[in-house]
Design a protein around this ligand. Structure first.
Ligand code: ATP
Ligand code: MG
Length: 278
């Protein structure tokens, strides 16, 4: 399983004079669920693109430092090869759909066909990923006749069918209603339970707090913190970085209720209940 090592990563888009990524250093262990948070323009999407090698291979620009996947620098790996190890799901499922396939099955098969996966193996993988994402009943449906949440799960299924070791989701639920979001979060949690490394950019802090092993806080291209949700959300300067802590943390802070052992504020309902109900 892939370990991601980022060392003093710096990146500037072409024709700009500001660093979009400014000296980021971190290591992500195999199987971790990482949440990335930060205000608009803080560099979250750019960091996701760097993890996939799209920055700087596709976007060009000035690049410094290194990003290694399993000890190999991403610049020494073909983007096609890296794509098989690290899959990315974008904010809007419409941007991810080929637009040329008539059924959900064919849509998911597309990436595998490009890889030249044998037919039987392909069928097995498509079935398994559809089952995992709970979209088996839509096999013959036109991709554009799915709801937003269903379409996003189809986009995730087509990535999962490639058997990635890492899946990156850049605000996968921002276009979805609460039910569609919940469906996607549940699906992502299942991927994590299967041992796939999950890196998710998300503005819904309650979700980040509930699912993440560690949270990256970005501001102005810099990595401000990379620690447990409890530690990151208990920071006094969180608002200064343009992030609002989960409701449970704000209630804990307002009432002065901390975990007696760690002295940190609660981040989930369960933790808040535990801290409040003695
Ligand atoms: N293609 C591009 N060309 C030039 N500058 C860009 C490009 N994409 C992003 N930027 C700039 O890089 C910086 C980081 O942008 P990025 O999209 O990574 O932020 P983000 O944290 O994902 O924001 P958001 O929450 O709005 O999605 C911003 O200043 C942005 O204007
Ligand atoms: Mg973004």
């Amino acid at each position: 399983m892939a370990r991601l090592e980022v060392c003093n990563l710096k990146y500037r888009y072409p024709y700009t004079d500001r660093l979009a990524l400014d000296g980021i250093t971190c290591t992500i262990e195999p199987g971790e669920f990482i949440g990335i948070i930060g205000k608009n323009g803080s560099g979250k999407s750019t960091l996701c693109q760097a993890f996939t090698g799209l920055v700087p291979t596709f976007y060009r620009g000035a690049y410094g430092g290194s990003l290694k996947v399993d000890s190999v620098d991403v610049r020494e790996v073909e983007v096609d090869d890296l794509c098989q190890k690290i899959g990315i799901v974008f904010q809007n499922p419409f941007n991810q759909v080929t637009g040329s396939k008539l059924t959900v099955y064919e849509e998911i098969a597309f990436g595998l066909e490009n890889l030249g996966i044998p037919r039987q193996e392909m069928h097995k993988r498509i079935k398994a990923s559809m089952e995992l994402l709970d979209i088996g009943r839509f096999t013959d449906r036109n991709p554009f006749d799915l709801s937003g949440g269903q379409m996003q799960r189809m986009a995730i299924a087509s990535i999962i069918a490639m058997n990635p070791e890492v899946i990156i989701l850049d605000e996968p639920t921002s276009q979805l209603d609460p039910q569609g979001s919940e469906e996607v979060f549940r699906a992502v949690q299942k991927l994590s339970q299967k041992g796939i490394t999950v890196i998710m950019v998300e503005h819904k802090m309650e979700k980040i707090a509930a699912y993440s092993d560690r949270v990256m806080l970005l501001d102005d291209g810099k990595l401000i913190d990379f620690d447990t949700p409890q530690k990151v959300f208990s920071r006094d300067d969180l608002a200064g970085h343009g992030v609002q802590a989960p409701a449970f943390t704000r209630i804990g802070r307002g009432l002065g209720v901390r975990n007696p052992r760690t002295q940190l504020y609660p981040v989930t309902l369960e933790e808040a209940r535990e801290a409040l109900v003695k």
